[in-house]
Design a protein around this ligand. Structure first.
Ligand code: IVH
Length: 673
C-alpha cells in the first residue's frame, strides 16, 4: 500500500514537472532543460503509468501523443456562436468604423486591444472543472467538428488548468502552423512524393482535421488564444485586455504582440508598423484585429449578422505578383452564370502558389483590357480568391488575343444570353447539368442542409445515373437503396450514412433551408434575415414586393430575385415535395416565456434619442419581447422615432399596427421592468 502511495506521489510529481516544462517550451518558448532530460522524465512517467494503469489520467502529458483513429468527427454545438469579422482596408475606413462605434455608445470613450489576425483555423476549447473536455472547429459558427483528440496533441494547449477558474468555460483561439514548420512539412512531403500544401493555413486545417491524431501529433502546430467565450459563474475581468492577462495566468498562450491602445491614431500606427514587419513574423497574418476593450461596451454594441460591431479587421495591403495568362476558362454556376476565370502559369505570390484567379465578368475583362497570352498582375488578399488586377501592356508581343464570351453554355451547349442591364451571361437551360449539380452541392453543403457524403463527386454520380434530377429527389433516395449500393465507391455502410444524413437534414433551421435553396443573391446572412422576418417558407413565398422592401437590408435586386424564384413552377413543385418529405419549413416554435413582453413583436423606425436602437432592442428582448426589421401582420407595435423612414410607417398604417412614440416605449419598459 505504502508503495502504491509512493508511486502515486511520484506520478503526480512527474506530471507537474513535465507540465511546467511543457509550458516553458510551448507557451513561453523558453525551455529550461534539454530535450534529452525532458525525454527522460517522460519515459519514467510512461513506464509508471504502464505498470499502474489505474493511475493513468486523461490530463497526463503522456496522453498528448494521439489516440486511436476515429471514423468521423462528432458534432459540437457551440454555446455561443463563433463570429467572423468585418473588414476595413484604409485609415479612412478605420476612422469611419470608429466614428460609427463611438456614436453607438453615445460618445463614451474607450480603449482598443489590437492583435494580429492570424491566418489559421479558429477553435473553441471547453474546460470543465479545470479539464479540457472539448475542442471544436468553427464549422458554420453554430456547430463545429469535435477534434478534441487532435487538439490534445498540441503542446501549447493546456490539458488542464490548475489555478482557480470558472467551473465551465470556453476559450477561443487560432491554430496555426508557423512558417518554418510549414516549410519543413512541405519539404518532407516533397521527398515522399506527396502533394504539397498551398499555404500554412491549409496545412494547419489539414493537420487538425486528421482522423488519426497520431498524424496531427507530428505537425508542429501552435495556438494563440484571442478570447474568452462562454463562462459559467462569470467572475472574470471587465476588459478584453485583462481577460487575456487572466487567461495567460491560467497557462494559455497569448500573442505577445497584442497591444492595449487608447486612441484610434495609435491603432493606425500599430497597423503601419506591422505592415512593415509582417514578413519577419514567424506566422502568417493578413491584418490586425481591433477590438473595443471594455466587455460592457462590447455587450452593448452587440453583433450585426455574423459580425460583432465591437471589432473589425484592418487588413494588410494585398500581395501582388506577375505571371502569364494562359487562357480564360468558363465555369457555370448554380444560377446559370457563366463565370470567366484566369488559367495562369503557376506562380508564387507572397509564398502561395497561384494557378487560377477570378476575372469577375466580361465588362471587367474588357475595361482592364486583359488579353489571353498577356503577362498579368495578380493579387492575393487574405482568404479571398486571388484576382487578376490587370495586364502589363509593355510586355505584349502582339500575339495576345481578346476574350469574347461564348454564345453557348460550355457544359450543356444551350444558348447563353446576357440580359440587358446585367453584367453576367447566363445559360438558358435550367436543367443544365452544371447548374443542377451546383444547386445540389450547394443544397447539401455545410452552410446549407449539411448532408455529409453528398459532395462534388457524389452529386455528379447521382445525376449521371439519373437517381436525382433536383434537390427534392434526395429525399426519395431512401427507396433506392439497392441502386445506390450498386454505384461505384458506394459501399453499404456509406449508403446507410448518406441516407441517415439526408434524414437528419430535415430538421435544419429555416434560415439554412432558405439559404440551401440557392436563390440568386441570397447568402447565409440574408437567409437569416428572411427566416427571422417571415417565419415560414410559405409566408416568404407569398411576400409582396412591398413587404420585402420594408425590411431595411433588402433592396430591389433581392426582392425581385425572391419573387422570381417562388414564381417558377419547378421551384413551387420542389418546395411542395420538400414539405411532403417532412423537411421543416418553419421556424422552430419558441418556448413560451413568462416574461412581461413575451409574445410581443416590436419594429423600430427612425432615430431614438434616449438610447441607441441596439440598446432599445436589447431591453425589449430582456423582457421577453422580440424585435424585427420590418413590419408584418405579426408586428405588435411600431416604435416611431425621429425622421422615420417612409415604408415601415406607411405599411404599418395600412395594416393598422399600433404605434408608440419613444416616450411611450420608455414608459412601457419602465412599467414592465
Ligand atoms: S476575434 C468575434 N482575434 O479571424 C471576433 N479573430 O474573421 C472574432 N482570427 O474566424 C474573433 N486572429 O479565427 C479574433 N486575434 C484574433 C484573430 C481572429 C485570427 C480569425 C478567427 C475568426 C476570423 C474572423
Amino acid at each position: 500500500m505504502a508503495d502504491l502511495d509512493k508511486v502515486k506521489k511520484r506520478i503526480e510529481q512527474l506530471k507537474a514537472i513535465i507540465n511546467y516544462h511543457n509550458y516553458r517550451y510551448y507557451v513561453l518558448d523558453s525551455p529550461e532543460i534539454s530535450d534529452a532530460e525532458y525525454d527522460e522524465l517522460m519515459r519514467e512517467l510512461k513506464q509508471l503509468e504502464e505498470q499502474y494503469p489505474r493511475l493513468l489520467t486523461p490530463d497526463s502529458p503522456t496522453q498528448r501523443v494521439g489516440a486511436a483513429p476515429v471514423e468521423a468527427f462528432g458534432v459540437v454545438e457551440h454555446p455561443l456562436p463563433l463570429l467572423s469579422l468585418g473588414n476595413v482596408f484604409s485609415n479612412e475606413e478605420l476612422q469611419a468604423w470608429f466614428t460609427r462605434t463611438s456614436k453607438l455608445v453615445e460618445g463614451q470613450q474607450f480603449n482598443f486591444t489590437c492583435e494580429h489576425k492570424i491566418d489559421g483555423l479558429a477553435v473553441a476549447l471547453t474546460y470543465v472543472n479545470g479539464q479540457l473536455t472539448t475542442g471544436a472547429t468553427r464549422g458554420d459558427g453554430f456547430r463545429g467538428e469535435d477534434i478534441t483528440q487532435n487538439l490534445r496533441t498540441i503542446g501549447s494547449i493546456p490539458l488542464s488548468v490548475t489555478k482557480e477558474a470558472p467551473p465551465r468555460f470556453e476559450v477561443r483561439g487560432e491554430i496555426f502552423l508557423p512558417k518554418a514548420g510549414f516549410k519543413k512539412l512541405n519539404q518532407e512531403r516533397a521527398e515522399e512524393g506527396l502533394p504539397l500544401f498551398a499555404n500554412p493555413r491549409n496545412a494547419a486545417a489539414g493537420s487538425v482535421r486528421q482522423l488519426d491524431s497520431h498524424i496531427t501529433a507530428k505537425r508542429p502546430l501552435d495556438i494563440y488564444i484571442y478570447m474568452l467565450g462562454y463562462t459559467e459563474d462569470k467572475v472574470t475581468p471587465p476588459t478584453h485586455w485583462e481577460t487575456m492577462e487572466y487567461l495567460k495566468s491560467l497557462g494559455f498562450k497569448i500573442n505577445p504582440n497584442n497591444a492595449l491602445l487608447t486612441t484610434i491614431e495609435q491603432v493606425e500606427e500599430y497597423h503601419r508598423i506591422w505592415v512593415e514587419r509582417r514578413e519577419s513574423l514567424p506566422y502568417e497574418t493578413d491584418g490586425i484585429v481591433v477590438k473595443v476593450d471594455s466587455l460592457d461596451l462590447q455587450q452593448r454594441l452587440g453583433n450585426i449578422g455574423h459580425e460583432p460591431r465591437w471589432a473589425t479587421a484592418y487588413k494588410f495591403p494585398a500581395i501582388q505578383g506577375t505571371t502569364h495568362l494562359i487562357d480564360i476558362g468558363i465555369s457555370v454556376g448554380r444560377t446559370g452564370t457563366l463565370n470567366p476565370y484566369a488559367i495562369l502559369e503557376p506562380a508564387s505570390v507572397g509564398g502561395v502558389t497561384i494557378k487560377q484567379a477570378a476575372l469577375h465578368n466580361e465588362d471587367d475583362i474588357r475595361r482592364k483590357d486583359i488579353r489571353i497570352g498577356d503577362t498579368v498582375i495578380v493579387q492575393r488578399a487574405g482568404e479571398v480568391i486571388p484576382e487578376v488586377v490587370g495586364p502589363v501592356a509593355s510586355k505584349r508581343s502582339g500575339q495576345e488575343k481578346s476574350f469574347t464570351m461564348p454564345s453557348h453554355c460550355p457544359v450543356c451547349g444551350a444558348e447563353a444570353i446576357r440580359p440587358e442591364s446585367e453584367v453576367m451571361t447566363y445559360c438558358t437551360n435550367s436543367a443544365c447539368p452544371a447548374q443542377v449539380q451546383d444547386r445540389l452541392e450547394h443544397f447539401a453543403s455545410r452552410g446549407g442542409m449539411d448532408i455529409r457524403g453528398i459532395g462534388e463527386s457524389q452529386s455528379a454520380t447521382l445525376l449521371k445515373e439519373g437517381l436525382v434530377k433536383n434537390i427534392a429527389d434526395l429525399y426519395d433516395l431512401k427507396d433506392k437503396k439497392e441502386q445506390l449500393i450498386s454505384l461505384e465507391r458506394m459501399a453499404e455502410k456509406s449508403v446507410v450514412n448518406v441516407l441517415s444524413a439526408i434524414e437528419k437534414s430535415k430538421d435544419r433551421p429555416l434560415s439554412r433551408v432558405i439559404f440551401a435553396l440557392g436563390i440568386l443573391h441570397i447568402g447565409e446572412e440574408m437567409a437569416e434575415v428572411l427566416a427571422k422576418n417571415f417565419g415560414s417558407i410559405d409566408r416568404l413565398a407569398s411576400a409582396s414586393q412591398e413587404e420585402l422592401l420594408s425590411i431595411s437590408t433588402i433592396g430591389a435586386k433581392i426582392a425581385d430575385s425572391i419573387i422570381a424564384f417562388f414564381k417558377q413552377e419547378e421551384n413551387k413543385d420542389i418546395i411542395k415535395r420538400l414539405k411532403d418529405a417532412g423537411v421543416r419549413l418553419e421556424e422552430e416554435a419558441v418556448k413560451p416565456r413568462e416574461l412581461p413582453l413575451a409574445g410581443m413583436e416590436f419594429v423600430i423606425t427612425g432615430r431614438l434619442e434616449a438610447f441607441s436602437r441596439q440598446e432599445a432592442e436589447a431591453r425589449i428582448k430582456n423582457l421577453g419581447g422580440t424585435t424585427k426589421d420590418s413590419v408584418t401582420r405579426q408586428t405588435t407595435c411600431l416604435v416611431v422615432g425621429t425622421d422615420p423612414g417612409g415604408s415601415k410607417l406607411t405599411y404599418a398604417q395600412s395594416l393598422g399596427t399600433e404605434q408608440l412614440t419613444e416616450e411611450e416605449l420608455i414608459q412601457l419598459l419602465r412599467q414592465k421592468t
